[in-house]
Each structure stands twice: as C-alpha cells, then as structure tokens.
Design a protein around this ligand. Structure first.
Ligand code: OSB
Ligand code: MG
Length: 382
C-alpha cells in the first residue's frame, strides 16, 4: 500500500497565504425523493458552504451538518457560528495548514465545522498548484467503486424496487436503512430476491444492547456488516454486542477522530469503520484514520452525507487512498438532486465505477449562478 503519510507531512507545511474574500453561504436544494433514517426523514438538503477567494482562485468547502440534530449534534447554524467566530480567525496568511489544523484542535467537538474550513483550504492549495486533490494526497487516479444507501421505504415492495434499480445500475454494494419494526423481515425480503448482492444495514442507533437476541437474527442473511446498531455516541456497548453476533459491526456516528477509532478497535467494538471525512474533521484526519485502521486490520469505507457535488467530490478524491478498500456510500448525483450546484454530476460507468473528477482541487466546477439560485443566506466576512 502506498504511504499517505509523506504526502500529508508535505501538506502540513503548505502556507495558507493571502485570502481576499471569505463568504459563508447557506444553500437549500430539493431532494428528488425523501431520505429517511431511523430518527428522521429529510426532503431537502440544507448545507453551509464556505467560499474562499484568493488571487482570483475560488475554493469551496461543504459542511455535512444538517439543520437539525437528528444524525449528529452539530447543526447548520451551530457550524456557522463555530466557523465564523472560532475557526476562520485562525486562518491567517503566514500560518501553515498544519498550524491551522493544530489550532483547530483546541475547538472541542464541532468536527463538521472544522472539516468545512479545512477542506476549503485544501481545495485552495490544490487549485493554486493546478493539481487535483487526489494528487495532493499523493495518490494516482483510480476508478472508485460505488455504493448506495437506500433510505427507509413505506413498503417492502418499494424497497425491493429500489434495490432492483440499484442492482441494475451496477452499484457494487447496497445498504438499506433499518429500524425497529422494519428490520428482519425487510432484510429477509431483500435477501430472498437478491441472494448474491453485497448487502448491509444501517440502524443509526435505533437499538439497545437488550435487543442483542433480536439483532442476532440478522446473522442469517450474510450481511457484509451492521452499521451503528446501538447509541449514536456509544463504543462500549457495541464491544459487548460484537462478540454476540457473527456479522461484523461497523461504527459510524460514534467515531469522531483517530482516538475514537483506536478505542473502538482496542475494545473490539466493531470490525469495520465508516470514515466520513465530514464527520471526523476533514480530509487529513480521514486519511490518518483510514491508514491507522487498515494497519490494525480493520477495513474502512467512505460514508456520505448526501452531499451536494462539492462534498461528493471530496469523498471521491478521498477514496483514491488505497486504505478505502470497501465500496462506500458514494452514489450518483441524480439519486438525490435533479439539479446540482456543480458540473459534471457523479455518474456510474458501465461497470458501476465512478471516475475521479480531474480538474484542479475538488475537480468539479461550482456553478455560481446555480449556487445563487439555491442560496438562502450569504454573508461576506472579509
Ligand atoms: O448514517 O450514513 C448515514 C445520510 C444522512 C445521515 C446519515 C447517513 C446517511 C446516509 C447517506 O446513509 C449516505 C449518502 O448517500 O451520502
Ligand atoms: Mg451510517
């Protein structure tokens, strides 16, 4: 495996340089269909964007926080406050990226806010060099395997139709959301119709350790993993559940950084980790975590937060790092948006793979007229 560490060490030395303008935007894009998890159903994407302008170069960062606290405690207004009051003041011209990241670590939690600014800075650094983000990470271009996350459906028929569509599109693995009352029989229905697909479930914390016997019934379906069955901030109880199941557990929302990943692995709380760059403080920490987990024998994959094309592109570049061995939650743009704020959209090729956008930085063009059309609020800070 090629080492990401030398590339990261070099990146940490990159100067921030002068930034002429900083804008915070809140955008709101309709979803083509509602997306439901055990705690909530979203029908729009509302996100905080950071726009940096330096010497005519425009760089972007997308925050994965939702307006509500139903996946994570971070929210759009909270992230905006943290970005504006505590993070952007640390982004000074004579600092290096490493110094900025070090300063950001004094800000407790708020990893989604930190990721937003850090990713915008990485886009800026890459665009100044005229290189795509994956090259900044020291990685050659490679095709990225696809994966789809199917939200809770009203009926088993609708679920089967959604899985059928995903399979015929060529997705490399299918994840279905589950919750109490919509689990074992729904998984059985999918498994009976699709005996051979790579299938996994995500409960977003809907169960308790007392449900262990119930969850064990999922062992019958050859799932690749069960994602975050227990509490959204729990690691310990997952370590008690994992030995009682044959199926691998995967942690998502309870892993915020490398230390959490190390604790989860030490405790045997999971056999797989979902590394969402937007949840762990940005691309650099995500790469460190992916590398660390892999060395400890725990494979990782890149999650998604139904991002617009800005965050979606970041997730794709991240997956050029070879430690991302399992297909992630990276699906076509059209699954979520009729019209996105970037071009080109993410599409699957005939084999179900995704091409890495190869322009400078995140590699996709952010269309400012479209951004303007979907903007709820815009504030120029510098
Ligand atoms: O748990 O991975 C999750 C979306 C919103 C909140 C939480 C999750 C998700 C997804 C969607 O599963 C992944 C994607 O398609 O981007
Ligand atoms: Mg999840």
């Amino acid at each position: 495996m090629s080492e990401p560490t030398p590339a990261l060490a070099a990146l940490e030395q990159e100067p921030i340089g002068a930034i002429d303008h900083v804008d915070l935007l809140i955008v709101k894009l309709p979803f083509v269909a509602p997306f439901g998890i055990s705690t909530y159903v979203w029908s729009v994407k509302e996100a905080l964007l950071v726009r940096l302008e330096s010497d005519g170069i425009i760089a972007w960062g997308e925050c994965v926080a939702d307006p509500d606290p139903f996946y994570s405690p971070e929210t759009v207004p909270g992230a905006r406050y943290i970005v504006k009051e505590f993070l952007l003041p640390l982004v000074v011209p004579d600092a290096t990226l490493g110094e900025v990241e070090h300063g950001f670590r004094k800000v407790r939690g708020n990893a989604m806010a930190r990721a937003t600014v850090e990713n915008a800075l990485l886009d800026l650094i890459a665009k100044r060099k005229g290189t795509p983000l994956h090259e900044l990470l020291g990685q050659p271009r490679r095709r990225i395997p696809s994966g789809i996350s199917i939200g809770l459906q009203e009926t088993q028929e609708k679920l089967l139709a959604a899985v059928d569509e995903a399979v015929s599109k060529g997705y490399h693995r299918v994840k279905m959301k589950i919750k109490h009352g919509q689990d074992v029989e729904w998984v059985r229905a999918v498994r009976e119709r699709f005996p051979d697909i790579a299938l996994m479930v995500d409960a977003n914390g809907d169960y308790a350790l007392a449900d262990a016997d119930h969850l064990r019934r999922l062992d019958a379906f050859g799932l690749t993993m069960i994602e975050q069955p227990l509490g959204y901030s729990d690691i310990y109880q997952h370590s008690l559940l994992q030995p009682r199941l044959a199926t691998a557990l995967c942690l998502d929302e309870s892993i915020h950084d490398l230390d959490d990943a190390a604790a989860a692995i030490d405790l045997g709380a999971c056999r797989v980790i979902n590394v969402k760059q937007g949840r762990v403080g940005g691309i650099l920490e995500a790469v460190r975590m992916a590398h660390y987990c892999t060395e400890r024998g725990v494979p990782v994959w890149s999650g998604g937060m139904d991002e617009t094309g800005i965050g979606r592109a970041v997730n794709i570049h991240l997956q050029t790092v070879p430690a991302f061995t399992i297909p992630g939650d990276t699906s076509e743009t059209s699954r979520y948006f009729a019209e996105d704020i970037v071009e080109p959209p993410v599409v699957l090729d005939a084999d179900g793979f995704i091409a890495v956008p190869d322009g400078p930085g995140i590699g996709v063009a952010v269309l400012e007229d479209r951004v303007a059309r979907y903007t709820l609020d815009r504030e120029r800070l510098r």
